[in-house]
Design a protein around this ligand. Sequence first.
Ligand SMILES: Cc1cc2nc3c(=O)[nH]c(=O)nc-3n(C[C@H](O)[C@H](O)[C@H](O)COP(=O)(O)O)c2cc1C
Length: 211
Amino acid sequence: MYIRKQFRRERLRIPMDKVVLKLALHRKSIRRYKSDKIDLSKILYAIKTALQAPSGANQQPWRFIIVEDPEVKAEIRKICEDLEKKFYSRVKKELKEWLLSRGFTWKKPFLTEAPYLIAVFAELGKPYAVQSTWLAIGYLLLALEEAGLASLTYTPPSSPELLEILRVPEGFQLQTIIPVGIAGEDKRKEPRKKLHEVTFYNRWGTTLMQD
Ligand SMILES: Cc1cc2nc3c(=O)[nH]c(=O)nc-3n(C[C@H](O)[C@H](O)[C@H](O)COP(=O)(O)O)c2cc1C
């Protein structure tokens, strides 16, 4: 590994007290929720933030459905769990064991536990629709964290039934269903790669030693 002399001499310092980094460090995926109600205006605040994301040709291809109705949430859960059951019955033993070791099963209780779900869609005909929508999802997650709410980026198996019960028009693809609420489990710290492992300077392989 080649390290530039100038960075070896003076250690670069990352400001660790900045708001966005603090939020990003604090946010963790939460898969169990308390039944506590939360303020709808907090969800709208987070979506308003997501709407400020950049998008291909400023086409803003994202759409959001906030689901609070318990019957709709139960239908969503049923469809997702049926599909997940099929998926889990097909996967190889090693993968299933790995998934289980990480606490993943076909069960998706968060889809009915969380007081709100936010389903996010991309308008497929628009330029960079999927990339742009995921940028907005990133903004959304940090804004939810700032509002003190727990969330999870759940990516359900593709299902026409889900689109049907949510009355989604042609041309929109479901990207994720995000449960939002108060955490009902402890945060699990998933490791992150180090800055120097994934960041190069000028050319691939030249590392900035920072951590
Ligand atoms: C594109 C994407 C898809 C994901 N899909 C799922 C999913 O279907 N189910 C799930 O439990 N977590 C899902 N996650 C959450 C990741 O497992 C989680 O972000 C990762 O393990 C890091 O943990 P952290 O979010 O707590 O930092 C997804 C995350 C992303 C970004």
